[in-house]
Design a binder for this molecule. Sequence first.
Ligand code: SF4
Length: 408
Amino acid sequence: MLRQHYGPDIAVVFIGPCGAKKNEGDRHPELLDAVITFTDLQAWCAEARIDPATLIAGAEDRFVPENAQEGALYPIEGGMIDTLRIQGGGERIHYSTVGGLRGIEHVLGGLQPENVTLPIFLELLACRGGCINGPCATPGQSGLKQWQEVISRADVPAEPVLRQPLSNIDENICDLPLPARTYGEQEIRQALRLVGKESRDDELNCGGCGYETCGDFATAILSGHAESSMCLSFLRVQAQKKANALLHCIPSAIVLADHSLKVLDCNRNFAKLLDPELLEAYDICQGLSGASLMRILPFTDLFKEVLSSDCSLHREALHVGERIFDLTIFPIEAGQVVGGVISDVTDSELPREMIAQRGQEVIRKNLKTVQEVACLLGENMAETEILLRSLVEGFAPANRVNPHSGPQ
Ligand code: SF4
C-alpha cells in the first residue's frame, strides 16, 4: 500500500515496541526493508543528536497516507477485537482476549481442534496489556494513562463500517515447536547473574522483558533468544549506577530537587560548597535527601523560575555575598524535577572583574585626555583660522594700494 502510494523506490521500515516483529520482517523481505524498535529509534536519534519534538514536518514530509481510524486501537488489549466489532464482525462470534504467555498456555494447552465447538475469536497477546507494554516500548507510564492516550487518538466511526483490505497479506502459521531444551539450576542462576539477579529476592517477575518470569527470561538468554538489555529492572539499575557515578565524580556541585524544592539527590561537592556544617550532615546522613533547598541555598528563586518555565538558565557570575558562582539550572521533568550545577568561581572571577574595572578606568582616563587634547587642538585651530583670515583679507586685491594710480 505504501509503495502504491509513494512509488516503488521507497524503503518500508516498521517501527514499534515489539522485538518479535524483527523475526516477522526477516520472513517477509518482500514487504519490509527493515524493522527497528522504539528503543532502537530513540538510541539512533540520541546518537544523531536529533530531538524529534523540535522537527516541524512540511506537507511533503507527511508520512501517514490516511487516517488509521479504529485501527489506532490495535496496540491496547482488546483493541483488535474492538476493530472487528466496529467492522460489524459476526454477531454470533464470541470474542475473548488473553494476555501473557502463561494465559495463552492455559487457554490453548492440550487443545484438540475437534474440541472447538463454538465460533470463537481469540486475541492472544504475549505482552499483557497489549503492544503498549511491549519490551521495547518506553517504560514508566501508568497503564491507564497509556490506554487513554491510545483511545483518544483513535478516530472511531459512529456506525459499523465494512472495510476491504487494500492488499492481501494473509499468512498460514505452521505449528513449528522450538526444540525444547532444559537448563539446569546452575545455568539459569548464571544467566540471571548477567542481569544482576543474585538471589530469588531480586527476581521481580514483572514481565517487562516480554517473558512471564525471570526464570523464563534466563532460559531465553541461554537459548540465544533474549539479551540482558531486555530486562527493564536491569536497565534501570544500570542507568542509576551510571548517573550516581557521574554525580559523585564530577568536580562541580550538583543538586537535584523536586517541585517543592526538596533535595532528591546531590553530591558531596554541593554540601562542601555551601557550609562546613552541611558537609558534616552530608557525611553523617550519606546525602541530603529530603532537605529543603530554601534553607540551604540563597538563590532558590532561580530554581523556581526553571520549574515554572521549563527552560534552562545560566548565570556566569552570580554574586552571593562575597562569593561568585557560575550556575546552570536545567529542567529534568517539566514542573517536577530540576537540577543545578554550581561552581565557585570567586578566585578566577574576582581578578577578572578587577582587571575589567581597571581597564574601564584606563579607558575613561584616556578618553578624558583625548577630549582635552581635542579641545586644545580645536582652540588652536580656531585661533589659527582667525589669524589666517585676517592675513588673507589684508592681502586681498581690493585692499592693495597701486603705487601708480592716484586716489579714487
Ligand atoms: S524484565 Fe527483568 S525483572 Fe522483569 S521479568 Fe523480565 S527478567 Fe525479570
